[in-house]
Design a protein around this ligand. Sequence first.
Ligand code: AOF
Ligand code: ZN
Length: 377
Amino acid sequence: MAQFSPFDQQMMSLALQEARKALYLSNPNPRVGCVICKGDKILGQGFTQRVGGNHAEIEAIANARHLGASDSDLQGSAVYVSLEPCSHKGRTPPCCDALERIGPARVVIAMQDPNPKVSGQGVARLVQLGITVHCGLLEQEATSLNLGFVKRMTQGLPYVRMKIAASLDGRTALLNRQSQWITGAAARADGHHWRAQACAILSGGGTVREDDPQLTVRDVVTQRQPLRVIVDSHLETPLNAKVLNDANVLLVCANPEPKHLRAMQDALKEKGIPILELPNPKGKVDLPKLFSYLAKEYEINEVHVEAGFKLNGSLVRESCVDELLIYQAPCFLGDGLGMANIASLNQLSDRQDWTIIDHRLIGGDLRIRAVPNKAKK
Ligand code: AOF
Ligand code: ZN
């Protein structure tokens, strides 16, 4: 790590701060920040814009120009960027070309781009141009900002975060299915922050029928709404459900009655809402296949699950969950539905273990984040 000075650290922290500004914005593109310096002076900074818009490097160059930097200021500069600059032409031209035009002396990169179209080729290109390249500064921070993008690029699957609001005794609804509201307003607002950074919000037909949720981001300001994905095996979502109010939704079924399927297809075609048939041999929706479909066809990096007992259970049992986001309210609800439908065990040693990675109070509720322990051999 000797190649990085305290100033380098400071500048990459600033680049990461820029990257965080793209948290709700840049999906399915990774959140990237860039800072351009000459000596100890910052010339410009920027972050990834909406998909199809500028990458962080282009924004930082434009910002530097806007602030008065000349060609000779940019020549020989140091560029700090939280992701390897792209070398390919995607929706936008390669950032390496833009860097070549300004001619920096050094480029410091936090993490390699896991996109196979780039992955090392950006660095190779910069080196070929005679630029000094240093990689790996604050790599973990950069990676943790883009867990979904990394998982999609490396495994063809999205990162799945399951949100659950429960009581101290782990109840998520009363026996009569009433579930609104167990946690307080602050926890609900915090939930919207997680919704806003997801590419898709996943819920079940049962939740849609019982709560009629919109599954949109409302409590935080955002320029984009995640795709709503409804797992509804028998296609029982009522046509007047709020989630069907606009076309930013995908209905996924398993084995609906053929006549009913056709009627629903006809009704939803007018609204531009697709129905995906994805049955598994048990006649339920094939969840692992659904996730690879979402990654491949919709470029979904992060899925935010807000579902009920049954779908949560299927997702946990089928090892589809990368992270639990649990809001626990300090109350008892007695008999009711639990967090996830897991079959009863005979041995404590058969349980599925998770590791808590964060816990804090949100208003009067406890927020716990946990990731699954690797399967025992
Ligand atoms: C960068 N800087 O800020 C980001 C990068 O379709 P495009 O042209 O927008 O390219 C998307 C790909 O570019 C994306 O999959 C990832 O590999 C890289 N993202 N690269 O140099 C950035 N967001
Ligand atoms: Zn780029």
